[in-house]
Design a protein. Structure first.
Length: 442
């Protein structure tokens, strides 16, 4: 599909872009994508599978998890004039175009969508979490990424994600093999995190070096406290609120000996302890570590509220795996695996950005319904005349705004047993129906 734009079959590329991917033109336009390609020194011929068409076709593929590369090839040709159809469509053109497009274009496009998702003038809150990716069984992927475990039969990769707490968009990502842990990925990614950002994560991101690196860069942190941490001194601020002094471990015992030698001998970390009580749930006692030491600006309730956003990162990973093809990757080349992952992140961010344009917070909207509406509108635009496209776009935004996310609350339980009176737990001396009646009346 390397027909020249100046040939009688000309403007094929523009026809494909206009007909097939109109909803994405405001996010990743042809001029923006080609600017990324020129910025890294990439050159290409003027053909249908130019950088813009190739990148957007990759986004289309990752927006429909069950679509194969050959399906993408057939889909591209279906959007072009009939006289432009090839005599023999082998299905390899898309794979070759994706292989030629540098990974830097994908990375710059992801950074572009992350910048569009951010709120200007507001301190950002980012959620950090990692996940494992299952890869196809082939020698190259074993050599590059390694095995998930000593007895694993399949290769795997580690993906670390920074997502925006307000919109859910992926702000930064890191993909590596199994020889590197999440904390190594985390420390490597901190250089690109803006100052005044607050990072919320689980206890593995609350190490001594992580707190030192974030404090140096002016980044706030709210993480779960590791119960093995033994402070050398404690300064009480209030009830369940204290400042601890941590002493660094020996450099010979650390996985980062050079960084540990350059770190200070002690570190002041604030620890907030609270009991979370919710109707219908058991009380949960949590201990949070943070470098936000000003109790007046950051009261304990605010720290607990920030950590309550952490589970949203798990939902983001779930959507990426189930809706954008990261549950099981299909590429058997290491560079193509990276491009497939970055294309999935771009498709995910595209849905979040369109939801943001609808005027409602993306966190209150259903990601799966938003993805389906985006793909349905793309198909309708490809068959509609040009003068109808703005109306279809407004209709898509209206549909996205109505696709609310229904929160399914867990039904309450009595939290009592009925079969062992000698157990040290409360007994249920009534029927479950009677308990529910009393619960609703309360």
């Amino acid at each position: 599909m390397s027909h020249s734009i100046g040939s009688p079959r000309g403007r094929l590329e523009q026809l494909f872009l206009d007909r097939a991917l109109n909803p994405l033109q405001g996010i990743l336009s042809k001029a923006v994508i080609e600017g990324f390609a020129r910025g890294i020194g990439h050159r290409w011929r003027r053909c249908v599978y130019s950088p813009a068409a190739t990148l957007l076709a990759c986004v289309f593929k990752q927006s429909s998890p069950q679509v194969s590369c050959r399906d993408v090839e057939d889909w591209v040709w279906s959007k072009l004039p009939l006289e432009s159809a090839p005599e023999n469509n082998s299905g390899d053109d898309f794979c070759e175009a994706r292989r030629r497009l540098p990974l830097g274009v994908f990375a710059r496009a992801l950074a572009h969508t992350a910048a569009l998702a951010g709120e200007v003038g507001k301190p950002a809150v980012w959620l950090v979490d990692g996940t494992g990716l299952a890869l196809p069984r082939c020698p190259e992927l074993f050599a590059v990424f390694g095995r998930r475990g000593a007895k694993a039969r399949m290769p795997g990769a580690n993906l670390l994600l920074f997502t925006d707490a307000a919109t859910g968009a992926v702000m930064q990502a890191d993909l590596t093999g199994n020889d590197q842990g999440e904390i190594r990925q985390f420390l490597r990614c901190l250089d690109a995190v803006p100052a005044d950002t607050t990072i919320v994560g689980d206890r593995q991101f609350g190490s001594y070096l992580a707190f030192h690196a974030m404090s140096q860069k002016g980044i706030g942190a709210v993480v779960r406290l590791n119960i093995s941490r033994k402070p050398t001194a404690v300064e009480r601020i209030g009830r369940g609120d204290e400042i601890q002094t941590w002493r660094k471990t020996q450099a010979s015992l650390s996985a980062f000996p050079e960084a540990m030698r350059s770190a200070p001998e002690t570190l002041r970390v604030r620890v907030v302890r609270r009991t979370i009580r919710r109707k219908g749930y058991r009380p949960v006692r949590i201990a949070l570590a943070t470098n936000l030491l000003d109790a007046a600006q950051w009261p304990p309730e605010k720290i607990v509220e920030l950590y309550g956003l952490r589970w949203l990162a798990e939902n983001d990973i779930r959507d990426l795996k189930l809706r954008h093809g990261l549950r099981r990757l299909g590429s058997k080349r290491a560079d193509t695996v990276c491009k497939e992952v970055w294309a999935a992140l771009l498709a995910y961010n595209a849905v979040k950005l369109l939801q943001k344009q609808s005027g409602r917070p993306p966190r209150k909207l259903s990601h799966e319904r938003g993805r389906a509406i985006m793909m349905e509108t793309a198909g309708a635009m490809s068959r509609a005349p040009t003068e109808v496209l703005p109306q279809l776009y407004r209709h898509m935004l209206n549909q996205l705004a109505r696709a609310g996310l229904r929160r399914q609350e867990r039904p309450p339980q009595p939290r009592a047993i009925v079969w062992d009176p000698t157990a040290p737990y409360p007994m249920l001396y009534r029927s479950r129906a009677s308990w529910y009646q009393h619960y609703r009346a309360a």
